[in-house]
Design a protein around this ligand. Structure first.
Ligand SMILES: CSC[C@@H](O)[C@@H](O)C(=O)COP(=O)(O)O
Length: 349
């Protein structure tokens, strides 16, 4: 199956990082991009947990969708007479893979709730497919709301993004890159500046790859370059994704996002966080309660096996940081754009 799938509505192929073929879950192996586009067939819930942990599949909405199919695989492994105890175990395993993105936990909870109503394989399969399809529709709506919120400029827009919040990070179309796609289709985009995003280089490897697939102009910069471009007036707005948004509008996203937000604020450039409602965690009053994943020091110590610092050096590798709500111009969701302080009230409406 072609994971750059053709849809009947569009002539261009679209990126689908997670697909279900009725037996197994097909993932684009994001650790192999941009060198090779290969797929991995995930056949057990343990394989799915490993794929999420090792970032074969990554990005908050995409790991939620993948975990939903992990639960379907778990259901197939369970005792048909008593599937719930095994499903609870699979849920715990999947929850243990990555702590920061709330979409993972949201999708697992939704699958467990579905299993309590009807624990048949067919019902859970339908629920996971519904999560996948809704995510694509959500991203398209997000893209259009984000486009409407972008500043009016006499020239086409130059947008800066960090990490990869694109089709690869969702079921398709993307959040921050959904806004980019909508701007491109509306002929309002000049170029995307993509932070390379050390240490795992999601900007250089993944954002650039998926934009090049669609002929969207993209320039990769070292993470240290953004301040220089902002100072020269070369960036009209920043669009980034989110892994978890607290009730007060504080946002956890890829490490380095906070620095970009501080820079944008200093230069008076709008900074938009782009995410579905499933990324909002109203149980957390503010960002101080967000669990920040710490990954292996090896990701900082080496690039492609080349050691960067002398023996005896210590390395520290937090994968996310928290951007305070005060630095965020707007949070773009599938139902509209909100000031961070409006989030709680908007969700309760
Ligand atoms: C639409 S994806 C939003 C975020 O998940 C994304 O910006 C990000 O930080 C991804 O981190 P990753 O560690 O690659 O999973």
């Amino acid at each position: 199956m072609d994971l750059l799938s053709m849809t009947s509505a569009r002539t261009r192929s679209e990126i689908r990082p997670v697909l279900w073929d009725g037996q197994s879950c097909l993932l684009i192996d994001q650790t192999a991009l941009p060198g090779s586009l290969r797929t991995v067939a995930i056949e057990t819930s343990e394989q799915m947990a490993t794929a999420i942990r090792t970032m074969i599949v990554r990005g908050a909405p995409a790991i939620g969708v993948a975990a939903a199919f992990g639960m379907v695989l778990g259901r197939r492994e369970a005792d048909p007479a008593q599937p719930l105890p095994h499903l609870q175990k699979v849920a715990s395993l999947l929850r243990s893979t990555r702590p920061t993105a709330v979409n993972l936990f949201w999708a697992i909870d939704r699958m467990l709730a579905a299993a309590h109503l009807d624990s048949s394989v067919a019902h859970l399969e339908g629920e996971a497919i519904a999560i996948l399809e809704a995510d694509i529709a959500t991203c398209r709506a997000i893209g259009d709301h984000g486009l409407a919120a972008l500043p009016a400029t006499p020239h086409r827009l130059r947008l800066l993004t960090h990490c990869n919040a694109g089709a690869l990070a969702t079921a398709g179309y993307g959040t921050a890159l959904g806004v980019v796609r909508s701007a491109h289709r509306a002929h309002r985009l000049e170029r995307v500046w993509a932070d390379e995003t050390r240490p795992r280089l999601q900007g250089a490897r993944l954002t650039a790859w998926e934009l090049v697939q669609e002929g969207i102009p993209v320039t990769v910069i070292a993470d240290t370059v953004a301040a220089h471009l902002l100072g020269k007036g070369q960036i009209d707005a920043v669009v980034v994704g989110a892994d978890r948004i607290a009730a007060n509008g504080d946002v956890a996203n890829k490490i380095g996002t906070r620095g970009v937000a501080i820079l944008a604020h200093y230069h008076g450039v709008p900074f938009f966080v782009v995410a579905p409602w499933s990324t909002i965690d109203l149980d957390l009053a503010d960002g101080s309660g967000i669990a920040i994943e710490e990954r292996s020091p090896e990701e900082v110590r080496t690039i492609d096996g080349v050691v960067l610092a002398p023996e005896g050096t210590d390395f520290y590798n937090p994968a996310f940081d928290v951007t305070p709500a005060a630095l965020i111009s707007g949070i773009v969701t599938e139902t509209g754009v909100f000031a961070p302080a409006q989030l709680g009230a908007a969700l309760r409406r």
